[in-house]
Design a protein around this ligand. Sequence first.
Ligand code: C5P
Length: 232
Amino acid sequence: MEKLYEGKAKLVYKTDKDDEIIIRYKDDATAGNGEKKATIQGKGALNLAITTRIFEMLEENGVHTHYIETLNDTDMRAKKVEIFPLEVIIRNISAGSFAKRYGVEEGIVFKEPTFELSYKNDDLGDPLMNEDHAVALGLVTRDQYDEIKKTTLKINDLLKDFFHGIGVTLVDFKIEFGKDKDGNILLADEISPDTCRLWDEKTKEKLDKDIFRRDLGNLTEGYQKVLDRIRG
Ligand code: C5P
């Protein structure tokens, strides 16, 4: 397969169809914009299996995604989109860079979800960005921004319920959107423990990439717990 793009955790390949791609989930883990790196056997397959179930659930609930089908342990067939260079982040509970930036503890439950954007740009370290900045830089139009925000809040509601159903608290997450050749906005990339903070509701155990970021133990054990619970 011809490689189109290689990211930190995924590879993108061309297919014989112009409007489709294959996304291969890698076992590579990075944190702190690539400062910390490791290869963790089995991580790619776990993320793909979890993303698959989540994208299927979102599609069933009317969210348009790039997902077409999962081909094997590591590869997903998806619609080709032009990714908006925005990291779209929802926080339901304080943690991570929010807690650090504002000097507050982790675990404050917000009355309403916070919607946050950062500019997806490794050289600049993904700086925080507001709506006007994104529009001024031509990254999105005002209408696209509105649609992205509305869809993201809906995704948050669906994901919170989904994870609550398996005894997991959705603390925060990052998603990405893209535009297909007809201009439709689709949820793209992945939704997995690499891109969400997930805490066990009872024990508060971390079941996400913070295990790697903070050296808290065995990452794949945490991700496997999430997948096992999703599979019931
Ligand atoms: O680090 P921060 O607190 O800003 O992360 C918020 C959420 O976005 C976390 O769930 C984290 O896993 C996710 N994230 C991501 N990719 C990034 C930055 C954050 O998936 N580049």
